[in-house]
Design a protein around this ligand. Structure first.
Ligand code: FES
Length: 160
């Protein structure tokens, strides 16, 4: 004959064990996820880049960089759009900028993400440094780089 009290204790133990193992799994998972976000040097926490509209005159894009510009601070970056083209421009030092094409060398998507000096393509996650060098595939080649000069708060990028 069944003892209802024993049965209840068994059920309790079984439930407790299941709950404990679920708890352990979720704890391990959250530790793993935390490890991914904080320890991975290529985890860029990419944000969408600000956009700057510009025009190209005689193969040159000229931008005025004032205190309100998305490029006002060292370490910042922005998309610069001109005549149907898009550049990625990063301020790498007070007077130094790096300009590369925003067209990903993998399958041609426009790169929109940036964080921790790393650009991230939204299509398959390729990552590039501010000079366009590949940090992570699937892209296999660097972004084309353009000459950029800065003087008197004016940034001049040669795009021809
Ligand atoms: S097109 Fe950029 S990663 Fe595939």
């Amino acid at each position: 004959m069944k003892n209802p009290e024993v049965q209840t204790r068994r059920e309790f133990c079984l439930n407790a064990c299941q709950a404990a193992s679920l708890f352990a799994i979720s704890g391990a998972l959250s530790a793993l996820l935390q490890g991914c976000s904080s320890d991975d040097p290529l985890s860029s926490n990419a944000q969408n880049l600000s956009k700057i509209q510009a025009t190209a005159v005689n193969g040159t894009v000229t931008l005025n960089i004032d205190a309100n510009s998305p490029l006002a601070t060292v370490g910042s970056a922005a998309q610069v759009q001109y005549g149907g083209n898009t550049l990625l421009v990063a301020r790498t030092a007070q007077d130094t900028f790096a300009a590369v094409t925003a067209v990903c060398t993998h399958q041609g998507c426009t790169i929109t993400g940036y964080g921790n000096q790393v650009y991230t393509c939204p299509c398959h996650g390729s990552q590039f440094d501010t000079n366009g060098q590949v940090k992570r595939g699937p892209a296999g080649s660097a972004l084309r780089k353009y000459q950029a000069q800065f003087a008197n708060n004016q940034l001049t990028i040669t795009v021809s």
